[in-house]
Design a protein around this ligand. Sequence first.
Ligand code: F6R
Ligand code: MG
Ligand code: MG
Length: 371
Amino acid sequence: MVKTTVSILKADVGGFPGHATVHPELLRIASEQLKEGQKSKKIVDFHVSHCGDDLELIMSHTAGTDAKEVHKLAWDVFLAGTEKATELGLYGAGQDMLSDAFTGTVRGMGPGVAEMTFTERKAEPVVAFMMDKTEPGAFNLPMYKAFADPFNTAGLVIDPSMHYGFVFEVWDIDEHTFVNLNTPEEMHDLLCLIGAKSRFVIKRVFPKKGGKLPADEPVAAVSTEKLYQIAGEYVGKDDPVALARAQSGLPALGELLEPYSLAHLVSGWMRGSHNGPLMPVGVADASCTRFDGPPRVVALGFQVKNSKLAGPVDLFADRAYDLARSRANDIAEYMRRHGPFEPHRLHLKEMEYTTYPKVMAELKGRFKKLE
Ligand code: F6R
Ligand code: MG
Ligand code: MG
C-alpha cells in the first residue's frame, strides 16, 4: 500500500510591515508555484498559509520524507518569495534563506520542516500547527499534554486503544543526540528533559508496539531547526511548525487542541529575547503586533484521503478559544510591566539580541573586589 506523506515547509522570506505578517503577493506566488508542482505530480495536494511573518507550505504527496523534488519545490517558492519581497522592499527579505544553492534538502539551509509518512487509515484527521515569535521547544508542553497527560487526554484513561501510552523521541539540541522515552513508565524522566525546552525538544511521537497502529509510523512531528546553530549567529527565531494525527487510538481532535487553552509561556516574542504567552488564533488574527507579538499559534485541520487534503478548518478561530486569547492578553499585559527584567526578558545566555558583552567590556576596571 502506498504511504502518504504530509510535509510543512516554512520560511520567513520577508515581513510586512516589520515582522508582523506575510504580504498577500507572497501567498499568491506560493499558491501559483505549488499548483504547478501539483500539475507536474510532484505533490498531490497543498495549502498555503501564514502565521505571523512565516510563509507556510502544507503539502501532501507520496514521495516520503526528505524527498528531493518536494523540498526543491518549496525551496523554489521561497526563492521566488525572496525575489518578490526584495522588489516590494519587504522587511528582512530572504531572512531564513541561509544558503545560495539547493543541495537536495532544505534541512540545515534555513527553512523549518515537519514531515510525517504513514499508512492512511479509513479516515485520517491531521492537524497542522504553526507558531510565530517562538522556538521549537514551545511544542513540548502541548505535545506532552496531548499524548501523555491524562488530565488533558481522557482517552489515555478510558479508551482501551490508547491506554498503553506513546513513545516520545526527544532531541538534545546542544549535544546532537536523541533518546526514545516511553510513557507512562518514563514520564518523570521525560518531563525532567522537556521542561528544559530550550535544550530538549520533542521531535516525534510514535504509537507503542502491539497496538492498533504501526509502531514505526509517527503520529506527531515537530520542526527542530535552530537557525543560530546553522548560521553561527543570530538570524531570527526558529518559529516552529508541527503535524499531528488524531482519533481512533490517538488523541481526539479536541484532545490535541485542548493544551492550547492555557496560553502557556514560551520564549521568543520581541527580538527573540522575551518570555510571553502563546496566543491561539485563527489565520485572520495571526499577525504579530503588540511588542511584535504576543507569540501566536494557528491550527489548520484536514481530512486526508488518498493523499488529498480536504480542508482546512481554521480550528483556533473558534469562540471556544476566546478565553485563552483573553488570558493571553492579560498575561501579556502583566509580563510587559516587567520591562527589561527577568523572567520577562530571557536569561542572559538565551537572549537572541544582547549588549551584555559590550557593557561588561566597557565597565571592565570599574568593578571592585568585594571584601
Ligand atoms: C522576533 C522578531 C522581531 C525582531 C524585532 C527587531 O522574532 O523577529 O521581534 O527581532 O522587530 O528587528 P530588527 O533588529 O530587524 O529591527
Ligand atoms: Mg521576520
Ligand atoms: Mg516569524
